[in-house]
Design a protein around this ligand. Structure first.
Ligand SMILES: C=C(O[C@@H]1C=C(C(=O)O)C=C[C@H]1O)C(=O)O
Length: 359
């Protein structure tokens, strides 16, 4: 083992570097404060600029720290700098410990103030009523597909999508005890039950019931109150509700990932780092409709990253289509495609253009 005299020169160097990092971070915060003063009462959070900063950091990084690590560090530095301008309030599906809260922290950093809401509806309403700045809402999971309720809420909300978050989802079986004896019920969000169904079928004793609740955070909260209950939830929930991990990583698909949208009263300008646009389109139920919806994008060489239909809730067997495309709605080719689309369909809503997730 190295003796302390060998470590000392490196530790002295680290102390000197830390002092420089500290000074530089505070200088950075002073610039952010000056920018905040110039913005006045306007919007302080600029997702396109944040995407540019993170993308650039990854590009100029020479290591040995990995690109993902430096991006995470700068994510937190930006979060603190933004809080110097004005701290943000982010509404999310709670209670504490949900994957939606983790997604909010991943996107806005830990200086943002998160507000737990009982439902996704309530979290959107809070922002619509301007009681919070932004909402983070789950939109689709790689194993289980779309979150129908969030899609439905997008149809009528006046909010715009201004960002996306992609989060790797690991589910754990959590309980007050470190064994399954006396286990009667497993609580989880319906999406989590579906993402773990093969594991549950194979490993749960036969008499144990699975009960869907409003969120995984709520499942963990219930398991912390009921001695015969377990929950499927995150590592964060295990820590918050002080539960034992009976089994780790019980999701059926090894790449189980959820995509979340960030919404607020804000249009985002093109980032230059790769943008996406989310659209909602309705069309009459006639032969050739699908073809006519897609043709303007195909002709303009615009790639579709999502195409999903949902009942329109206005007539039986009528649908609305949720379409994500690559590019910004201000791009000339997308404007042309949207104009063409408006000629063939009754309803086209641009729910927002936003930078693709960088971290
Ligand atoms: C400093 C600014 O405000 C915020 C903070 C940023 C940062 O710390 O780099 C970037 C974008 C904004 O969300 C800015 O608009 O440039």
């Amino acid at each position: 083992m190295a003796d302390d005299s060998q470590l000392l020169p490196h530790r002295n160097a680290i102390d000197a570097i830390d002092q420089q990092i500290l000074q530089l971070m505070n200088q950075r915060a002073q610039h952010a404060r000056a920018i905040g003063e110039l913005k006045g009462t306007g919007v302080v959070y600029r997702p396109e600029r944040e995407a540019q900063v993170l993308q650039r950091i990854k590009q100029i990084n020479t290591g040995p720290l990995p690109d993902e690590s430096v991006a995470r560090l700068f994510r937190e530095i930006m979060s603190e700098c933004l809080a110097v301008e004005r701290p943000l309030t982010i509404a999310y599906l709670g209670p504490q410990g949900t994957f939606t809260q983790l997604a909010a922290m991943k996107h806005f950093g830990h200086a943002a103030h998160t507000v737990a809401c009982p439902t996704v509806d309530e979290s959107m309403r809070l922002v619509e009523a301007r009681q919070a700045d932004y909402v983070v809402a789950p939109i689709e999971n790689s194993t289980e597909g779309s979150v129908g309720r969030t899609l439905d809420l997008l149809v009528n909300t006046p909010l715009k999508v201004c960002g996306e978050v992609v989060l790797r989802i690991h589910h754990h079986l959590l309980c007050q005890h470190n064994h399954m004896n006396d286990l009667q019920v497993v609580y989880a969000h319906a999406q989590a039950l579906a993402q773990c169904q093969r594991w549950l079928a194979k490993n749960l004793p036969e008499n144990v019931r699975c009960v869907a609740v409003s969120s995984n955070g709520e499942a963990a909260r219930l398991a912390s109150e009921q001695s015969h209950a377990a929950a499927i939830a995150s590592q964060a929930a295990a820590e918050i509700y002080q539960l034992h991990k009976l089994a780790s990583n019980i999701e059926d698909e090894p790449n189980n990932t959820t995509r979340f949208l960030v919404l607020g009263y804000q249009d985002t300008t093109p980032s230059g780092t790769g943008d996406k646009t989310s659209l909602i389109v309705s069309a009459p139920n006639r032969a050739g409709t699908l073809h006519r919806l897609i043709a303007p994008f195909t002709q303009a060489g615009i790639s579709l990253t999502k195409f999903e239909s949902r009942p329109s809730h206005t007539g039986l067997w009528e649908y609305v289509f949720f379409i994500d495309i690559e590019g910004h709605h201000l791009d000339a080719n997308i404007q042309a495609a949207l104009n063409e689309l408006r000629d063939v369909t009754g309803f086209v809503k641009v729910v927002g253009s936003y930078p693709m997730a960088v971290i």
